[in-house]
Design a protein around this ligand. Sequence first.
Ligand code: 9MR
Length: 412
Amino acid sequence: MTSPSTMVAFSLSIVVTALAALAQAQTPNVSLLIDDPYYYDLAQSLDVRSLLPFVSLRKGAAFHWGSTYSYPAAAEANWTSEKFSTYWGHIVAENDCKWYATEPERQDFTLSACEGVSQYAAEHFATFRGHNTFWHNQLPAWLPGNVTASDLVNNVIPTHVSTVIKSLGWNVTSWDVTNELISDTATYNMTSLECVLNADRWPTVTYDGGSTPLVTNLSFAYAAWRTALMYDPGKLVYNDYSTGAQDAKTECVFQLIADLNINASIPYNRMGVGFQSHVGAQEGYYVPKAELETTFARLAALGVDALVTEMDLWIQANDTINQRYQAAIWGDYLDACLYASNCFEFVNWDNRDDTSWITPGDGHGVAMATLFDMYGNPKPVTYEIMARFARYAEGAAEMCATALGTESCTVY
Ligand code: 9MR
């Protein structure tokens, strides 16, 4: 006779199997460019760098395709060097240009690591972008500290922003001037100030989540942007996550750039909006291509650039259907940028799964969120990216959004 505990275990296994099937059902079958033998063969070299001049030619301006680097040397130095010579041509410092790294003591700057990343880029004939001059996170120990609001706005921020930007000089495509100011629980019709105050982050509170306001207006952001405008020859970027769709947080981004334009006199044609794009291969966890394109076009109408600044894309399970879904979504993000008139930078965050900030068990499916696996080997997405670049460089018309699945979008 079957014991009650065996019955419970059996029922549970049915539920688990049903749930797994349901999760799988949400992962559509997709059609990819690498299903076409021509693009499959072409993509095998993974030599995106050889295509970038042709991509730029079609765009009418240099197109920057890159990833992160940390100074002095990556654990896999040879692998990394090879990838920045053949696959990526653009570099951002993952942490080395942040405030804690560049000004560990007030007015005592240590720029060697940040400059080291820029130097590494130059050695690989790669371009460099700056991340970041103002963020509430990864601050040096002396901040928030005892600085007053007026000291912060009139001295601390201008000194920090100008020193870091000047040290990197002219060879920078863009700087993230302010990072992640806007609240995750923003609602439509909030003013830019409300969008920022609602985030409860320093310096509008003394500490993150604290209750004592240090500054009660956007003077700190204006200080960062006005300073950056004076010293940065490239684009000045507002960078944030969970943005790009038609939603309240993205609406806040538009409110904020309008505010910076009016009140800090930042010309729109000097501005960019960075869409970090830490996303997941599951409906609702990434922005569909059509929505991204609507947002990019709205920025283009203002004269503002759109940038994809920190893309990674976790998957729900490590199987073929999920790996192909990852390739389809990443390909759509790339196409959204390539076919937009105002998108010239596309940067991935972390080079391979073993060095990604997204790890298994941290609530992001099975992670595996970067373009190379934990051994540095390519995945379907790695080849699909190469194929998308090749297709764009050939002058082909934009194709449908592959993430929609084969019922709506078949490319081959
Ligand atoms: O990848 C960065 C990781 O090494 C740091 O520990 C972390 C600290 O918060 O920051 C990570 O990078 C973040 C970036 O600077 C801003 N957007 C979110 C990124 C991922 O957390």
